[in-house]
Design a protein around this ligand. Structure first.
Ligand code: NAD
Length: 451
């Protein structure tokens, strides 16, 4: 199929590259010249495992090209998949970027004679597609929906595992305006991907995305609530408690005597809380949407509130352990909001570094992939040193804080050979390390959920 992707950031680029890998002909449209230039030069604009390799292959084989020319993309494709950002602003999501793109697509449809489907992949609140988007398209194209198709196909990929997730989806949710839109749009996946297709209304598709993200965010905040109770007790460790919880056969069933630990168990873990471009904004958007309907979503509000406090708690714990933070040398490992990604949007680690800087600590920060983006985000903050090689720096840190569990940090910290580890407080903000190992070695280990 000929497919245009409108907006090639994290989601659009992965989507476009993976669809090309599966055999479609893809045109990536982005408003930024540098994004387009990089893609056409077979370069990834973001870091995701396997992405560079797949881009190179698709560009070389002529199945992927990028352009800033939206008209070229729409005219030369049967389907346009809109993947434009929907950031949260004031009291709801900011639809201005998506509105502009859809308005431009509508104008192009005015003179396009063949049937074209517009699919929204961006995360948007229920009713956006069948009211705002539909109305704009009709107004600008001078056509009635039906003459062109309309679909909503939420994206569930996880950053850091985006390519694997896109290539191996667990479900494909398609909301469609009518049968014709559905029949045409499902061809994007049919025969290319093995996953159940769930056909729903446009609004149901929109809400499934928010409901999925809020469930996962809620599990994280639930775990952090257990962590707060454990810390307050003075003796408990939340991770021991949560491990006990997960052994429930309704969570981790046994098959042939083997315990299965489903991936959802990864969210039943205490730590520095969720970040990234999705969970925080999607929670806020769902809360605002719900309140707009006259229903106060108490559980979602508590989830967001608990999360908001996690980073502050780490700073408080460090302040308590080190007596005060002024002039204290603190190594922060990990700046991306999660491992295997260079995304720092709403990263708890960036928030922590800013907070420690305000408290006049000396922060040495490292990340294998996000250092460039972090440097820009931290411009103007005092006492921050971004390190390319954290292992070799001859500094006696007073605290080392693990904020993003990159494998290289887990190896470095678990190995315990570094001189700085023997003298510094090791604070595990992800609860990714083996506590008992440190107890035996004499390293002072603590973290979220430990009293
Ligand atoms: P992003 O900010 O990384 O990318 C958006 C891209 O759209 C940018 O490259 C920008 O230049 C481009 N753009 C903006 N206006 C344009 C226009 N008029 N024409 C062409 N290009 C334009 O955003 P993202 O993280 O990829 O998220 C996109 C959407 O997908 C959001 O709604 C998000 O909530 C949703 N989503 C994101 C993820 C994720 O993990 N990042 C996962 C699932 C869903």
């Amino acid at each position: 199929m000929k497919i245009s992707i409108v907006g090639t950031g994290y989601v659009g680029l992965v989507c476009g590259v993976c669809l090309a890998k599966k055999g479609h002909n893809v045109i990536c449209v982005d408003s930024q010249d540098e994004v387009v230039e990089k893609i056409n030069n077979s370069e990834a604009t973001i870091f995701e495992p396997r992405l560079s390799e797949y881009i190179e292959e698709a560009v070389t084989e002529g199945r992927l090209l990028a352009t800033t020319d939206l008209e070229y993309g729409v005219v030369n494709s049967e389907i346009s998949i809109v993947c434009i950002g929907t950031p949260y602003k004031h009291d709801g999501i900011d639809l201005s970027y998506i509105e502009k793109a859809v308005r431009d697509i509508g104008r192009i449809l005015r003179t396009k004679n063949s049937y074209h489907v517009i699919c929204i992949k961006s995360t948007v609140i229920p009713s956006t597609t069948d009211t705002l988007i539909k109305n704009i398209l009709e107004e600008e194209s001078g056509k009635k929906t039906g003459e062109f198709g309309l679909a909503m196909n939420p994206e569930f990929l996880r950053e850091g595992e985006a390519v694997m997730d896109f290539m191996n989806p667990d479900r494909i949710v398609i909301g469609s305006y009518d049968d014709k839109s559905f029949e045409r749009f499902k061809k994007v996946y049919e025969g290319y991907f093995e996953a159940p297709v769930l056909r729903v209304s446009l609004r149901t598709a929109e809400l499934i995305k928010y409901a999925s993200n809020s469930l996962l965010a809620m599990l994280i905040s639930y775990s952090n609530e257990i962590a707060a109770i454990s810390e307050a007790s003075g003796v408990l460790d939340a991770e021991e408690v949560l491990y006990g919880v997960t052994l429930d056969k309704r969570i981790c069933p046994k098959t042939d005597g083997n315990l299965i630990r489903p991936e959802i168990v990864q969210y039943l873990k205490s730590g520095r809380g969720y970040g990234g471009s999705c969970f925080p904004k999607d929670l806020r958007a769902l809360i605002a949407f719900s309140e707009g309907l006259g229903y106060v979503p108490k559980l979602l509000k508590a989830t967001a509130e608990i999360n908001e406090k996690q980073v502050m708690k780490i700073a408080d714990r460090l302040e308590k352990e080190l007596t005060n933070l002024e002039g204290r040398r603190i190594l922060v490992l990990g700046l991306a909001f999660k491992q295997n990604s260079d995304d720092i949007r709403e990263s708890p680690s960036i928030r922590l570094v800013k907070l420690l800087s305000e408290k006049k600590a000396l922060i040495y920060a490292a990340d294998p992939m996000a250092l460039g983006k972090a440097r820009k985000a931290l411009e103007g903050y005092q006492g921050i040193f971004c390190l390319e090689e954290y292992e070799k720096i001859p500094i006696n840190f007073e605290a080392i804080v693990l904020m993003t569990p990159w494998q290289e940090y887990l190896d470095f910290l678990s190995n315990g050979n570094s001189e700085s580890l023997k003298t510094a407080l090791l604070f595990d903000g992800c609860r990714a390390l083996e506590k008992y190992k440190f107890n035996e070695s004499g390293i002072k280990y603590t973290g979220i959920g430990i009293s």
